[in-house]
Design a protein around this ligand. Structure first.
Ligand code: XUL
Length: 561
């Protein structure tokens, strides 16, 4: 029987999630059971900031959010807990999750000064209204920095060199290109900035009453950090903006302590003065923690508006697609992430056209066809895709296996096809999406087969999809019924960080789960069994052929992959 890591009986651990549209909180007790959760919705509850879906959209792809709205949301959520008579004094640690890549600019002389001299009888946002050099923070939805991305990549020696150093090629939403744009277009604002925080480290700064370091996992979403050495890359800083290192401050392992909760919150809400703040991290790293992925080979697939794949590996291979971040709950391993733009809406488009808008009909059609779809493969992009970078469009091919070549390996010919029948079309879209996930996750360093796949998001309700994922990936597939994996992950990281601090050493987060198998985060359900069998092997060959077709399409459409 595994030894239980004991937590004080009365302890509560808070996980906040400052996401694009809301601020949420999830509270765990000493058995790591969720005892309470609350949320503040930006558009409706802080409507004076006039956001739509939590953001302001400007010209040329600019997307920002008001920094003071995030501050006010923090007050609002604590006020809600206060009116619920929440026992703040039992909270041992707080951590959090922030939408990745978004950045906050603290004004010279005003920022840290304001944080350090907060008066607990006054509201937080009023005291911080002059603390920022930029009131509108650029966020992950911003796509206005293509020029800066290309300039950084060229100056550093190419996109692959940047990916090798930082874990990702340059992306418009990443913080380095965003900072470069501010430096180039508003130099005086850049010069008047004392510290640049990420949304995650910004929220942690509010809680500790001082500038908090950026954690390794979220730091890797900036195109500025040396992924393996976990320091700012001087070479990349030099091609981004002058004097940047001083403005970024330090980096810290995600499971470590950012500081004690500031007197402001202790006095205003009656938190215990010994309550600590564990470094915040990005929403995707927190979700990885919230889904209890903890071992190399664990993979999660979220089937939503966009599809996201993330997993843990000890041997990442950063390249021209996807992202590699340090694992937020294990400094020795890495988290890989792939974001697809064409997810559920594209599947629904095919369902509407080919299956009378019904998932039932869609699934019948899937059953009419067999795995591998008689060699019929398709690429379905109703939106311009990121993986691979292709414009909206449809491409259909028929693969035919030809006699083994002299080296004995099977080879294929591919013929362009104009139309598939509805059943083929239905299988081609889903099989194509999952084959792409397998091929790209292997390319970025996930083992084949993975240890297990956890499927979340709306699409995880479709049993046929789960069966197909098990066949394609060749491993068991599980589902987890949680919609708040980021705030749950933050609450778990809060407990994990508190234990590591108490023991004065790092312990694997899985040690926390031992003996607590009934807790929400680890309660995943086996929904489909998969095997490393001949079908898995055959799908592997198809995945390779698909990658060749994908490369050809990218070259044909004159876009660099
Ligand atoms: C990840 C990304 C989004 C945001 C959403 O790279 O840009 O998932 O983190 O909050």
């Amino acid at each position: 029987m595994a030894k239980l890591v004991s937590l004080p009986e009365d302890a509560l651990f808070l996980g906040l999630d400052s996401s694009t549209q809301s601020l949420k909180v999830t509270v765990l007790d000493a058995n790591l059971q969720v005892t309470c959760s609350r949320a503040v919705h930006f558009d409706s509850e802080l409507s004076h900031y006039n956001t739509k879906d939590g953001v302001h959209r400007g010209a040329g792809g600019e997307v920002t959010a008001p920094v003071l709205m995030w501050v006010e949301a923090l007050e609002a959520i604590f006020n809600k807990l206060k009116s619920d008579n929440f026992p703040f004094e039992r909270v041992y640690a707080v951590s959090g999750s922030g939408q990745q890549h978004g950045s906050v600019y603290w004004k010279q002389k005003c920022g840290s000064e304001a944080l350090k001299t907060l008066d607990s009888s006054k509201s937080l946002h009023l005291q911080l209204k002059n603390a920022f050099s930029i009131m509108e923070s650029p966020i992950w939805m911003d796509s206005s920095t293509s020029k800066q991305c290309r300039a950084i990549e060229t100056a550093i020696g190419g996109p692959d060199v940047l990916a090798q150093i930082t874990g990702s090629r340059a992306y418009e939403r990443f913080t380095g290109p965003q900072i470069k744009k501010i430096y180039e277009s508003h130099k005086h604002v850049y010069d008047s900035t004392e510290r640049i925080s990420l949304v995650s480290s910004f929220m942690a700064s509010l809680l500790v009453g001082n500038y908090a370091a950026i954690d390794y996992s979220d730091g890797a979403g900036m195109n500025l950090m040396d992924l393996r050495r976990r320091v700012w890359s001087k070479a990349v800083l030099d091609v981004t903006a002058p004097g940047l290192e001083d403005k970024l401050g330090g980096l810290a392992p995600s499971h470590t302590v950012a500081g004690k909760l500031s007197a402001y919150f202790v006095e205003r809400y009656s938190f215990s003065p010994s309550c600590i703040v564990i470094h915040w991290s990005g929403d995707n790293p927190n979700s990885l923690a919230g889904l209890a992925l903890d071992l190399p080979g664990d993979l999660a697939i979220s089937l939503g508006t966009s599809d996201t794949v993330f997993g843990i590996t000890s041997d990442p291979n950063p390249g021209l697609e996807g992202h590699v971040f340090p694992n937020p709950v294990d400094p020795d391993t890495y988290m890989v992430m792939l974001c697809y733009k064409n997810g559920s809406l594209t599947r629904e488009g095919v369902r509407n056209q080919m299956a009378d808008g019904s998932w039932e009909v869609f699934n019948h059609k899937l059953n009419d066809t067999s795995p591998l779809n008689d060699g019929n493969v398709g690429f379905y992009y109703s939106e311009p895709e990121i993986i691979p970078p292709l414009p909206a469009g449809l491409h259909r091919f028929k693969l035919t296996q030809v006699c083994s070549e002299s080296n004995g390996k099977p080879s294929f010919t591919a013929e362009t096809i104009q139309e598939f029948n509805p059943s083929m079309e239905v299988r081609a879209i889903v099989e194509g999406q999952f084959l792409s996930m397998r091929a790209h996750s292997e390319r970025i360093g996930m083992p084949s087969p993975p240890e297990r796949v956890i499927v979340t998001g709306g699409g995880s309700a479709n049993k046929q999809f789960l069966k197909m994922i098990a066949e394609i990936f060749g491993c068991n597939v599980y589902t987890i019924e949680r919609t708040d994996s980021a705030s749950l992950g933050a609450a778990l990281r809060s407990a994990h960080g508190w234990v590591c601090k108490k023991l004065d050493k790092f312990i694997p987060v899985s040690d926390l789960f031992k003996g607590r198998e009934d807790m929400n985060a680890v309660q995943c359900k086996l929904v489909a069994e998969g095997m490393k069998d001949s079908l898995h092997k055959q799908y592997g060959l198809f995945a390779c052929e698909r990658m060749k077709l994908e490369k050809m399409l990218v070259e044909q459409l004159k876009l660099s992959i």
